[in-house]
Write a protein that binds this ligand. Structure first.
Ligand code: KG4
Ligand code: ZN
Length: 341
């Protein structure tokens, strides 16, 4: 079954054709991140305007790249939330129109739980259930227990800023470009290469020892602000702070996730969301999980499937096939990972 996925929840406009939920026939992403880099962050109206410009060319190019026409598409999957209302509406209205014109079913998709499906889009064997999924994106940080497709139980999350937001906001304080995650990790890498033995433990790790699966990242922003205010940092100092910030975020994500692994004993641990593109996070997870070898498989999607794209939207729709009449699909900017509006 070929599904056309459409994603427009934030600053990426994306379309993909995926066969049977696992094989990517095409995956096209147009990003307006460069424009937001100039303004230092996303201005929602500008993001929505850019969505309007990109949506049809992106869908056309996804069909062309997959060498497929609309007759061979069996369903249309579209992100219905969470996200920026203006951006979401562009994808949703386009999907509804195509559904009507082509007479195809339409499947509304929760962007957050869909991120997890980047782990089904590889040649490796698929994750086994029960699985624990850590979803770390720009706006959300959640850990969920997946007993099966469609059976998600939320077990913890951030109490304030998301992990990606912590990267973005501290990068801004350091004068690094948006999006902050990749920028911080590049600077951090420079510091760690020059100082491989230095222990990175400068910033606090809030609530790391609490017996729950929650995080708090807003204090990190304040701690960085206190370090940088009224100072002119040289490159070396910036790189050191970037390395310390990255380590603080990575450490707390790993510690709480491993707690959950110990309690729930899943067969698979799945990382997902833009922050899962972070190499340090991946490497430290790989080494932490090596103690559990034989009991659990760690899945980390390739970098370009971690950040927003439509391939995982189509994959989610295949494994959670629940078409609804196009008249009933609405944008839900506040949707949670388990589907609460
Ligand atoms: O999942 P995503 O592409 O969009 C949302 O759904 O939010 O996540 C975007 C977030 C941004 O905060 C960005 O800074 C972060 O993912 N990110 C990274 C890296 N690449 C993207 N964070 C840390 N390290 C990276 N390499
Ligand atoms: Zn996302």
């Amino acid at each position: 079954m070929n599904i056309l996925g459409i994603e427009s929840s934030c600053d990426e406009t994306a379309a993909a054709v995926v066969e049977n939920g696992t094989k990517i026939l095409s995956n096209i992403v147009a990003s307006s991140a460069d424009m937001h880099a100039e303004s230092g962050g996303i201005i929602p109206e500008n993001a929505a305007r850019q969505q309007i410009k990109s949506i049809i060319p992106v869908i056309t190019s996804a069909l062309e790249k997959a060498k497929i026409n609309n007759e061979k598409i069996e369903a249309i999957a579209v992100t219905s939330g969470p996200g920026l209302i203006g951006s979401l509406l562009v994808g949703i209205e386009t999907a509804k129109t195509l559904s009507l014109l082509w007479n195809k079913p339409i499947i509304p998709v929760n962007h957050l739980s869909a991120h997890i499906y980047a782990n089904w889009l590889s040649d490796k064997k698929s994750p086994e259930f029960p699985a624990l999924a850590l979803v770390v994106s720009g706006g959300h940080t959640d850990i969920v227990l997946m007993k099966d497709h469609g059976k998600l139980e939320w077990i913890g999350g951030t109490r304030d800023d998301a992990a990606g937001e912590a990267f973005d906001k501290t990068a801004r304080l350091l004068g690094l470009p948006y999006p902050g995650g990749p920028a911080i990790s590049i600077e951090a890498e420079k510091y760690m290469t020059k100082n491989p033995k230095t222990k990175l433990s400068f910033f606090p790790r809030p609530i790391i020892n609490e017996k729950n699966y929650d995080w708090s990242f807003s204090g990190l922003k304040t701690a960085v602000l206190n370090e940088v205010k009224d100072r002119e940092l040289n490159n070396e100092e910036k790189q050191k702070i970037a390395a310390e910030v990255q380590e603080a975020i990575v450490d707390v994500l790993i510690k709480k996730t491993l707690r959950a692994v110990q309690e729930y004993k899943p067969k698979s641990l799945l990382l997902a969301g833009g922050v899962a593109a972070n190499i340090r996070l991946k490497e430290k997870f790989e080494s932490a999980i090596s103690e559990h070898v034989g009991k659990i498989n760690l899945f980390v999607p390739p970098i370009k499937l971690c950040t927003d794209n439509a391939a995982y939207i189509a994959s989610f729709a295949y494994f959670n096939h629940s078409p609804v009449p196009w008249q009933k699909i609405n944008a839900n900017p506040q949707l949670t990972i388990t589907g609460q509006v």
